[in-house]
Design a protein around this ligand. Structure first.
Ligand code: SF4
Length: 357
């Protein structure tokens, strides 16, 4: 069977899948979720909303998108139940994403619910705009790690790329995080775009050297709502590393955990930076991630062109076991890799803000 082919989830009876999977021994065992390539799947990204208070040019149009209605998105109780089921089948790490997760009311309530699950890490990706206000409540609720999206430390450029004059609030949010030693690491993620990001690289390197932040650059991916992505706009991790090394030598950090980032320390020990290179150096071979959209659909790859609806069965009285079977069947069909670099690349069926990074 050509496992790379996009398969309709209802197409293959479960009895035909999983026979070689570590979680299968005549019936499914909890706690060992794996895909058809035997990659263990332990990392779940949960989008809590498709809405955002920024309008980043590489993500969505100025006017925004057609937002999901309130009744279409999962309630915190539904997210909690699904998250528990995912941990039952083997998920160990949960990251909350959006849109922008902090625009959803009472986010610490959800964090507190999820913090009761047997997780190795509970983290959040945010644009940082509301972080100063929410940080204490999120940490008290059990948040352990944070990723703050910041594409430039220059105010005018920040306005240009986010269409919001909000850099001071984001920097204040980062400073607020520093007050909570239990909230580590504090990661700063910058989307790298050719012709925009080069001149900020050394300023970001200084930030990583002088503050307790791990600064990482993410290559620009074809997930923008406008479909305007162009390979020529991709500034690669290798190019950014070379810019840093014009001033500061870097040494690789050995880390055998599954990582999306290539981690480097400054040779003089003054901090850490990282490079996430999905376009120039794809890391799909060790991918352990799946995603739950705000409206309850399971995506097995950022670039999936198909999804599995978990919300409808959840709201129609399906048992935990029935939902586990849907999850396992979908994960078994997880895509081998993205095809950004292949002829005939099909864009993902949703844009980044509707998937949640
Ligand atoms: S593109 Fe898909 S398979 Fe590759 S690392 Fe990202 S989510 Fe995993």
């Amino acid at each position: 069977m050509d496992r790379d082919r996009k398969l309709d989830t209802d197409f293959i009876p479960l009895s035909l899948v999983g026979s070689e999977s570590p979680g299968w021994d005549g019936e499914w065992r909890d706690g060992a979720l794996a895909d058809g390539f035997s990659r263990p799947i332990k990392n779940l990204r949960i989008s809590v909303t498709d809405r955002c208070n920024f309008r980043c040019t590489y993500c969505m149009p100025e006017e925004g998108l057609t937002w999901l209605r309130r009744d279409q998105i999962l309630s915190y109780e539904e997210i909690e139940r699904l998250a528990r089921i995912f941990t039952d089948v083997g998920v160990e790490e949960i990251r909350l994403t959006g849109g922008e997760p902090t625009v959803r009311a009472d986010l610490p309530v959800l964090v507190e619910k999820l913090s009761r699950l047997p997780l190795n890490s509970l983290s959040l990706t945010t644009n940082g705009f509301r972080l100063k206000e929410l940080c204490k409540d999120l940490v008290d609720a059990g948040l352990e790690r944070i990723n703050v999206s910041l594409d430039t430390p220059v105010a005018e450029k920040f306005v240009h790329i986010t269409r919001r004059d909000a850099l001071p609030q984001v920097l204040a949010g980062l400073e607020e995080c520093e007050k909570y030693p239990q909230l580590r690491p504090i990661k700063v993620n910058a989307v790298a775009v050719r012709g925009f990001s080069e001149e900020d690289v050394l300023a970001f390197a200084e930030l990583a050297r002088n503050r307790p932040y791990v600064v990482r650059w993410i290559e620009f991916m074809p997930l923008d709502a406008d479909g305007a992505w162009d390979r020529d706009d991709v500034l690669t991790g290798a190019e950014i590393k070379a810019i840093i090394e014009t001033r500061y030598p870097l040494v690789p950090i050995a880390d055998d955990r599954i990582q999306v980032a290539q981690r480097y320390a400054f040779a003089d020990g003054a901090g850490e930076v990282g490079f996430i290179n999905p376009v120039s150096e794809p890391f799909c071979a060790t991918c352990d991630r799946i995603r739950l959209t705000a409206d309850g659909h399971l995506r097995t790859c950022l670039f999936s062109t198909w999804e599995t609806d978990l919300k409808t069965p959840l709201r129609s009285g399906a048992s935990d076991e029935e939902i586990k079977q849907l999850i396992r069947s979908a994960v078994w069909r997880k895509e081998m890799k993205h095809h950004i670099n292949d002829p005939g690349f099909q864009p993902a069926s949703r844009s980044m803000s509707q998937i949640g990074g």
